[in-house]
Every structure is written in C-alpha cells, then in structure tokens.
Design a protein around this ligand. Sequence first.
Ligand code: ATP
Ligand code: MG
Length: 231
Amino acid sequence: MASLQELSLQELCTRVTKTFRHGGGSRPEVILVRLNGEEAVLKDFSKSDPWFRRVVGPLSARREARALEQLAGARGVPRLLRRVGPDALLLEYIPGTSVREVPPGGLTPQFFERFYRLVDRLHEYGVAHCDLRSQGNILVGADGEPHVVDFAANFKRPRSWNFPARWMYAKLCEADRVAVARLKKSHAPKLLTEAENLSLARDRKTWLERTARFIGKSVRNVSRWLLTKQG
Ligand SMILES: Nc1ncnc2c1ncn2[C@@H]1O[C@H](COP(=O)(O)OP(=O)(O)OP(=O)(O)O)[C@@H](O)[C@H]1O
Ligand SMILES: [Mg+2]
C-alpha cells in the first residue's frame, strides 16, 4: 500500500484535506495531507512568491529541518518525517488546536506548568524557539498537552567559546520563557505570579527586546518589498 513517505511534492499536494495557511508573499503553504488513513503536515515554501521562494524558502526549510533533527525525540515537538526537495518539509501531524482559538480561561494551570517544562526541554536539546509570541505556533494537543510548531526562527546553542553568541542564546531562551508568561497574561491573567509580572514588565523595557522587534520588522518588510509581489 502506498505511503505518504513515498510521494513526490506534487503528489502530496493532491492529498490535501485541510489548509492551515495559504502560501503566497513571504509565507509557505501549510496543509494537512492524508493517504490510506495516514496523516501528515506539509509545509511548502515553494508556494510563496518567486523571489522569496528562490532565496529565502530553501534556507528557511533547511533551518527548520536542522532544528527539528536536533530536537528528534523531544516530547511536544512534531517529528520531521522528511524533507521533500529543497523547499518543503513533511511533519508529524499534531491533532488539536492552536491556543489562538482557545477562549480566555480555557487553559489550565497544569497546561502552563507543562508548557514551561516543554520550553525548558527545547533549551536542554540546545534550541531556542524564538517565535513563541505567535500564538499560532503553540498547540493544545487532543491529549490536552502543549506542543510547539514552526521552528523557522530558531537559534541553536552556540559552542561554549563563542561568548557573544552564548549570551544572545541565553537572552533568547529567556524570551521563550517570557512568552509562556505572556500567554498566561492573555488567557489566564489571574494565574500570573509576582515573578512573571516582573519578567513581563522587564521584557517590555529591555533594549534587546525593542531592537530585536525593530530589526525583525524591518527585515521582514524590506525582504517582502524586495522579493514578493505584494510590495
Ligand atoms: N505539525 C503540525 N501539526 C498540526 N498543526 C500544525 C503543524 N504544523 C503547523 N500546523 C498548523 O499550521 C499553522 C501554520 O504553520 P506554521 O506556524 O509552521 O507556519 P507559518 O508560515 O509560520 O504560519 P504563521 O505565520 O501563521 O505562524 C500553525 O499555526 C498550526 O495551526
Ligand atoms: Mg507560525
């Protein structure tokens, strides 16, 4: 019996059962594909605009694949099933819903505890996620457990002699943990501890945070303007 593992990119695209995000501009297409009862997620950067696809798509796909390889076996992270050509990734499907769709009050104290544990686990494996501000990247699995997707922006733990990069990595790990507090603030503010309130206040004020946000926005806008049709 044919399996999703054997299909080409084109064949996979004919097996779509759900679209999580349409491709275009600087964004990949993310779809659920199904064959003979087997399901997987296809993240396909070849569906973004031509220049973006040629320049950024393969780099993003490779970056994300490498992080997922490093995280292989970590609970709460989808398995990379395989790379499909230079532009696409086939990922384990995590049934559930993104926290963006969970109404306020819908996340329990246990969920947040487990989410902290998951974030610490990523860091033990040597990967800072760097995009946990985006609630679309945090899923509540059908099992009620937290899961994280979308490692395109990850930053890996540098070698111990590389002090500036190690310092940066530590800051990004801290930002991942603050993202848990931020989610708590939006979904269950009564659960926030004193320490979390402090870290949220500190986070708003740091120059690193402001600079990172500014650089992120500028890079995104300039590359979108240069490489996509949207201008
Ligand atoms: N492995 C997975 N299992 C289940 N759902 C997934 C998986 N990967 C991605 N998704 C869904 O697809 C959506 C988009 O995927 P992803 O975040 O990787 O792409 P993106 O281009 O960064 O999108 P966005 O800009 O919305 O974050 C996620 O918000 C999530 O709902
Ligand atoms: Mg995302």
